[in-house]
Design a binder for this molecule. Structure first.
Ligand code: NDP
Ligand code: MG
Length: 409
């Protein structure tokens, strides 16, 4: 049966006058958009923690702007720089990955989980255990540890509010009283910068071309994922875990205008969708204010001016990452964990100019195949197992990339 993620025992979230909020991955694309929404509603939110990995100057600026109580930088070498920049502000500082996890345990109403990659898993689980509701941008959490993540959230009775635009659209379109009547769930995809490229053209694309998304402005990792369409594959896995719906009833539809972000088809034939400008401040504000609405200064759609919306099926031949992700979803959690790890390593290698664009999906495919013979079937009830499997996926991907490099060089 399909579930609505934000409902715990059928009761919606209470709305307090001031919500306390911690912002993990504050200096990123989602982090900055979140800060923007908070700054427009200063009386409604009090910021507890802000974190970043290495951009210390930006973190210090954001901490001061938002009036945070604690700023944490992941890179321990940046501790002194952060401390000096925030001296005299009264904002506490800390550094290192363990300090980020510890900061996630501070009691707040809501945590924005916007760290990129599997690195976001431990802090988000710590926030769940501490009882915070989660605005979840970090889809990799669900891809690398979906069932475990959901068990922890259920045990702590916290709500997971989907930030990802497609999942937020579906969440807005889900009628909590009629989840049993949901027939299908559809996530839309812009198709990315190479939607109309031939395979031959894709072979030669550069990181700069792949980073230039036609509709959304996003961090580098998700931009590359959008170009390979692995992002849509990760989103199928994300939708499976968020809404409790199996692969056969999950669809991807390419919609280049990015106006309809996702929709739910009900048993009576109704299709309920959410539409909006391609601006992440819209789903972010929905999560920050839920169950209320928060006003944003985002562009409004002019449908008459847009005139035409188009939809097409994804081309699985040119975008094999999408099929790989679906296969992994149908195999189980160990496979999605490996898929995610291999993809993170391959994306980094592509951005560093060590492999070509089409090698990203090829690497993921080869790692999945090899992992099937070694770690296939691994089950995990503990974070340690998740992280060990993730490390193994990364190791295999790195080895394969090096092997390909040596063969080519
Ligand atoms: P960015 O790369 O722009 O930002 C990532 C943030 O995480 C930065 O604050 C970065 O710090 C921090 N960070 C990076 N590595 C680590 C680490 N190892 N430990 C702790 N913190 C780390 O990413 P986005 O904002 O684009 O994406 C964030 C998440 O949201 C991703 O999971 C993405 O898939 C998801 N998402 C993003 C969307 C978007 O529009 N951008 C849309 C939907 C989902 P620093 O700045 O110091 O490097
Ligand atoms: Mg998305």
């Amino acid at each position: 049966m399909v579930r609505s993620p934000a409902i715990v025992d059928g009761r919606p979230s209470g709305s307090k006058a001031v919500r306390t909020i911690s912002l993990f991955g504050a200096t990123g694309s989602i982090g900055r958009s979140t800060a923007d929404v908070i700054l427009q509603h200063r009386d409604s939110f009090a910021v507890e923690v802000v974190t970043a990995q290495s951009r210390v100057e930006e973190l210090a600026e954001l901490a001061a702007q938002l009036g945070a109580r604690l700023a944490v930088i992941g890179d321990p070498a940046a501790y002194e720089s952060l401390r000096d920049r925030l001296a005299g502000t009264g904002i506490a500082v800390a550094a290192g990955p363990a300090a980020i996890v510890e900061a996630a345990s501070r009691p707040v109403d809501l945590v924005m989980a916007a760290i990129v990659g599997a690195a976001g898993l431990e802090p988000t689980l710590a926030a769940i255990d501490a009882g915070a509701d989660i605005a979840l941008a970090n889809k990799e959490c669900l891809v690398c540890a979906g069932a475990l993540f959901n068990r922890r959230a259920a045990a702590a009775r916290v709500r997971i509010l989907p930030v990802d635009s497609e999942h937020n659209a579906i969440f807005q379109s889900l009628d909590a009283a009629n989840v049993a009547a949901v027939e299908r769930i559809t996530v839309t995809a812009s198709g990315g910068p190479f939607r109309t490229f031939s395979l031959d053209e894709m072979r030669r694309v550069t990181p700069a071309q792949a980073l230039k998304h036609p509709r959304w402005s996003m961090g580098p990792k998700i931009s590359i994922d959008s170009a390979t369409m692995m992002n849509k594959g990760l989103e199928l896995i994300e939708a499976h875990h968020l809404f409790g719906i199996e692969s056969e009833r999950l669809d991807v539809l390419v919609h280049p205008q990015s106006v309809v972000h996702g929709f739910v088809t009900y048993a009576d034939g109704s299709m309920v969708a959410q539409l909006g400008a391609a601006d992440m401040r819209i789903p972010i504000s929905h999560c920050l204010g839920w169950p209320n609405r928060v006003a944003t200064a985002t562009p409004r759609l002019d449908l008459a001016e847009l005139g035409t919306l188009t939809f097409e099926k994804p081309d699985l031949h040119r975008f094999p990452a999408l099929s790989l992700a679906r296969q992994a979803l149908e195999i189980g959690d160990w496979a999605t964990n490996i898929l995610n790890a291999a993809n993170e390593v391959a994306v980094e290698a592509f951005l560093a100019g060590r492999i070509e664009f089409l090698d990203i999906a090829a690497t993921v495919e080869a790692v999945l195949e090899q992992a099937g013979k070694t770690v296939g079937g691994t089950e995990f009830n503990a974070v340690d197992t998740v992280l060990a499997l993730d490390a193994e996926g990364r190791r295999m991907a790195a080895e394969m990339i090096e092997f390909r490099g040596r063969r080519a060089g």
